[in-house]
Design a protein around this ligand. Structure first.
Ligand code: ZN
Length: 283
């Protein structure tokens, strides 16, 4: 009898960033799905197995869907990149919000996204860092960064205010993740509650100045306990080599783990978020 060769499932579509979700019980691993077009592919179960992603050469804007030769700001076509408020520089630097000057690219979008409660948090991705996020983006934001711990410390009313607070914290703490260190998995656990208490003490003058400017209850201290996250990684890379579809459209190897928005293959790592909008075939 002839054996039927099982053809592995292939899916094709334009990449979105992976969906990362908290496991149903503590100490379990973050649950990842690769998203391409209308497909959602569970990834955790594929760890330890061969995987291949091949870019067709096409990129579709993540906002309008138009074909674009090049991706701007991780997934946008050039017109969207120039027109959308979410692509403006004030999103990366919230303290430069210019809504009050009447120059917001999309005031309605701004009201819906920037004039919402924001959280200032401490996280441990490759060491201690400070960051800001909309309240509704927790814990996604931390999982996307590959943080192993996170602790919300302050709540403010607007994105701009969170930017002012972050600026202050940056005098003491980095706001960056060293992604190579994050991927190597050599990150020591930290006492985030103690770091919070130390920083709030050190920066109390600056925080009081901000309260004088924005209102006594504009910056509210939170009393939360740190969260801990475990990622599905079987083997951490010793040397971090990254794949890039623009240089080599075929990325393949054994999937060894997933952390942040990175797939860790035995042949190198790839930041899928960077390739949002790229049309790929997953095998
Ligand atoms: Zn577009």
């Amino acid at each position: 009898m002839q054996r039927v060769i099982e053809v592995s499932n292939q899916i094709q579509g334009c990449l979105s960033k992976m969906a990362a979700a908290l496991p149903s019980h503590q100490d379990a691993q973050v649950v990842y799905h690769l998203r391409a077009g209308k497909h959602q592919v569970p990834l955790n179960e594929r760890i330890g197995k061969p995987i291949s992603l091949e870019w067709s050469g096409a990129i579709a804007c993540t906002h309008c869907g138009r074909a674009t030769k090049k991706s701007f700001a991780q997934g946008y076509c050039y017109p969207c990149f120039k027109r959308l408020a979410q692509c403006d520089t004030c999103i990366m630097k919230p303290e430069t919000c210019h809504f009050f000057l009447g120059t917001c690219r999309e005031p309605e979008w701004g009201e819906k996204h920037c004039f919402q409660p924001h959280i200032v948090y401490l996280a441990n991705s490759s060491g201690l860092k400070v960051g800001i996020t909309r309240k509704t983006q927790m814990p996604t934001r931390w999982l996307d960064q590959g943080a192993i711990q996170a602790l919300p410390i302050l709540e403010v009313n607007t994105r701009q205010q969170s930017g002012f607070v972050e600026m202050l914290f940056k005098e003491q703490v980095s706001d960056r993740t060293n992604w190579r260190a994050m991927l190597k998995g050599e990150v020591e656990s930290l006492d985030l509650s103690a770091e919070r208490d130390r920083l709030l003490e050190t920066l109390s003058d600056g925080l009081n100045q901000l309260r004088d400017l924005h209102g006594e209850d504009a910056i509210r201290a939170l009393n939360e306990t740190p969260s801990t996250f475990h990622y599905p990684v079987e083997v951490f890379p010793r040397k971090v080599v990254s794949h890039n579809f623009d240089k080599q459209p075929l990325v393949e190897g054994i999937l060894q783990g997933i952390k942040g928005q990175y797939l860790i293959l035995d042949s190198g790592v790839i930041n899928l978020r960077k390739f949002t909008g790229y049309e790929i075939t997953l095998t």
